[in-house]
Design a protein around this ligand. Structure first.
Ligand SMILES: Nc1ncnc2c1ncn2[C@@H]1O[C@H](COP(=O)(O)OP(=O)(O)O)[C@@H](O)[C@H]1O
Ligand SMILES: [Mg+2]
Length: 221
């Protein structure tokens, strides 16, 4: 069975897509066949869903679009609201089956979550339920900015409450002005028991393939 990870973050726009793509490139460089999955995406830009386009471009295997991305919504809003407006209900079982198919055709599958970890998906389930049903080890992307310590530690509590294991975490410098950056990374390193896979610098011309060099995937089981 494939090596498979669920990528969550301290918030939306913290670098989940960047890290998912960088991980795919890092595994490719180690000779593994790879597939990215973005089960739920909202926010269509110029007739494209950028996260889906990015994970597809970073994957070495081509898979049917409906396996890679079972749910896509045009407005850039929370998934359960977008789904309700579209007149459908997100079904986690559909996502589980699609993920299972991907795991059969690639050696590594990287699943990017949506929003923060417990974002609602429908009237009775949230992102934690999706992660629990998928049952994958979790990689936490911390968008390093003021407030991230609280968000990181709360997300860890939520992941553990869902009964999931952590495979690793990534510190992503989304704010180039962050004061005491190193002390903040150290604060998290002292409190997070899973390996720090890498520290990603701020880069205006951010590039997932280039950033794969910052991630030590040998630390992932
Ligand atoms: N280290 C970084 N340096 C510069 N820009 C970054 C960095 N990480 C992320 N970004 C930018 O921030 C935005 C959000 O990143 P993204 O990976 O799409 O986050 P998410 O998937 O969590 O919503 C993107 O425009 C991305 O290019
Ligand atoms: Mg994303």
């Amino acid at each position: 069975m494939a090596q498979c990870y669920f990528i969550t973050g301290t918030d939306t726009s913290v670098g989940k897509t960047l890290v998912s793509c960088a991980l795919l490139h890092a595994f490719s460089a180690r000779g593994k066949s790879t597939l990215g999955m973005k089960p739920i995406v909202t926010g269509c830009v110029n007739a494209e869903w950028l996260d889906v386009k990015a994970v597809v471009a970073a994957s070495s295997v081509v898979a049917p679009r409906e396996w890679v991305n079972p749910y896509s919504f045009i407005p850039p809003i929370a998934p359960h609201i977008a789904a309700k407006q579209a007149g459908i209900e997100i079904d986690i079982e559909v996502i589980r089956q699609a993920c299972f198919k991907l795991q059969k055709i690639a050696e590594v599958v990287v699943v990017e979550g949506v929003g923060g970890f417990v974002v609602p998906l429908n009237d009775h389930q949230n992102g934690a339920d999706m992660a629990r049903v998928l049952g994958l080890p979790v990689i936490l992307v911390v968008g390093m900015r003021l407030g991230c310590l609280n968000h990181a530690l709360m997300t860890i509590q939520a992941v553990e409450a869902a009964g999931l294991q952590f495979a690793g975490w990534v510190a992503n410098q989304v704010d180039p002005q962050m004061i005491s950056f190193d002390e903040n990374v150290n604060t998290l390193t002292q409190r997070i028991t899973c390996p720090l896979l890498g520290v990603l610098p701020f880069d205006q011309n951010v590039n997932a393939k280039k950033f794969s060099a910052f991630l030590d995937v040998a630390k992932l089981k």
